[in-house]
Design a protein around this ligand. Structure first.
Ligand code: ADP
Ligand code: ASP
Ligand code: MG
Length: 452
């Protein structure tokens, strides 16, 4: 095999949930001799349990119960492995470390400790997955991704350091890929001092793309529980159809606007190196999936509908805005200092409305709007916060320049209270903000009208 055909395969939580799932995924890896780097998520449910362990209000009894549930998931896999001695010891070591870390959080609620604890799910699953591949007769080892996935020290939502990752991966990871399958962790990294960091929930997709970029891979495969990217979340609309091929731009918009099948940042590294991305189901690899490419054959006006729940609308009112300069600059500077990523914006004479990206919250699920931020904003305007909103995005091509789209969409939305509309900035989307309670109905209705 030549490494310039390298394929990086990422398996999500449900794909590595138990021994049978891991075994199916190992078959997918072994079916392609170019697949030499495997990136795994924590087994399904484990990160949620770890997140609960990091919360301030867990008592000792609950803590022990959470640790026990995590241990059970690991032991069920070990029980089915043929030669578990050394694996057992490695997992036991990780489990004891989880216990120590969760206990130390009682004394010191440090974000560094939280990230170290959150990283444990991927550390376990990578050791186990590698053992499953070895069991099938192919040389394989687990590799600690923290040796190469360098990030800044923003615990819970660390920023990858692209150039350093490329250098470190070429030195420490590439040589290992020549004669074995390396299994490594998604979601986690390390800062310059070697402290463990995490990339935010769902970050394993991003890890796979970052490693593929660093190693200038030929393709990244995202193996999950659906056979590709669909015209909308198949859980919301049973008639959603898989999309065979989609452009980087459209896929990036979909991920940004809530199609959970891809972490929002996944496409960036792929675009930088023009690496094609495949999304498919590890339960049904034969069903095919979606290819995300730079150039695609067809560019329909309507491609998909995406939904992002849990949106916050921030309305800022200030008479200073009238015929004045600098209000928006000041507002955005404040938000940037608090590391808040703004999504949609509309303005009037004396008001500006912004929606905030909850996916910008960190791995341990901590909220975005801190007291100190609200206080700072209140110093120069009146602030109103509205929660329980959802953003519905219609993704496609030439949306801003095709006649008739708005009238069609607003006919569907006739009975719903639309809190905010954004259209025109991108040729690829039209977004509306609606009440959370109506979101599923709106997606369903739009999908029916535009795709069925
Ligand atoms: P993994 O654990 O493998 O990373 P995720 O749960 O993060 O998997 O993502 C897969 C899920 O994304 C699917 O089960 C599906 O419900 C959801 N999803 C949302 N939008 C879409 C879409 N447009 N196409 C396919 N799946 C979608
Ligand atoms: N295990 C992490 C999570 O659940 C990362 C991932 O699965 O992508 O968020
Ligand atoms: Mg995911």
């Amino acid at each position: 095999m030549s490494l310039n055909q390298l394929v990086v395969a990422k398996f999500g939580g449900t794909s590595v949930a138990d021994y049978q799932a891991m075994s199916r995924c190992a078959d997918i890896v072994l079916a392609n001799p170019n697949t030499r780097l495997v990136v795994v998520s924590a087994s399904s449910g484990v990160t949620n349990l770890l997140v609960e362990l990091t919360q301030a209000n867990v008592n000792d009894e609950r803590r022990l119960s959470l640790l026990k549930q995590i241990a059970q998931i690991q032991y069920r896999i070990i029980d089915e492995l043929g030669s578990p001695q050394d694996i057992n010891a490695q997992i036991d070591k990780l489990l004891s470390r989880m216990a120590v870390l969760s206990e130390s959080l009682e004394l010191d609620r440090s974000k560094a400790i939280m990230d170290e604890l959150l990283s444990m799910g991927e550390q376990c699953s990578s050791v186990l997955f590698s053992a499953v591949i070895r069991e099938k007769g192919t040389p394989s080892n687990a590799f600690d991704v923290r040796q190469v996935l360098r990030t800044d020290s923003h615990f819970g939502r660390a920023e990858p350091q692209i150039e350093q990752i490329a250098m470190l991966a070429r030195d420490h990871l590439q040589p290992l890929l020549v004669n074995q399958v390396i299994v490594t962790q998604g979601f986690i990294g390390a800062d310059e001092q070697g402290r463990t960091t995490t990339l935010g929930r769902g970050g394993s997709d991003y890890s796979a793309a970052l490693l593929a970029e660093a190693l200038t891979a030929f393709a990244v495969e995202i193996w999950t529980d659906v056979a590709g990217i669909y015209t909308t979340d198949p859980r919301l609309a049973p008639n959603a159809r898989p999309i065979a091929e989609i452009s980087f731009n459209e896929a990036a918009e979909m991920a940004t606007f809530g199609a959970k099948v891809l972490h929002p940042a996944t496409i960036l590294p792929a675009v930088r190196q023009q690496i094609q991305v495949f999304v498919g189901s590890s339960k049904a690899p034969e069903a095919g999936g979606t290819w995300i490419r730079h150039q695609v054959e067809d560019a329909p006006v309507y491609r998909a509908v995406a939904l992002r729940r849990d949106q916050t609308l921030l309305n800022l009112h200030s008479l200073q805005m009238l015929h004045a300069q600098g209000f928006l600059a000041e507002t955005f500077a404040t938000l940037a200092r608090h590391k808040i990523s703004v999504d949609l914006i509309t303005t009037s004479e004396v008001n500006v409305s912004l929606t905030l990206d909850k996916t910008g919250s960190d791995s341990s699920g901590q909220g975005l709007l801190s007291e100190s931020l609200l206080q700072e904003l209140s110093q120069h305007c009146r602030v109103r916060v509205e929660d329980n909103l959802a953003l519905v995005a219609i993704i496609g091509n030439k949306i801003a320049s095709t006649a008739g789209i708005c009238s069609r969409v607003f006919q569907v939305l006739e009975k719903h209270n639309v809190r905010m509309i954004c259209q025109g900035a991108s040729p690829h989307n039209l977004c509306v903000l609606v009440d959370e309670a109506e979101a599923a109905t709106v997606v369903h209705a739009l999908h029916k009208n535009l795709f069925e």
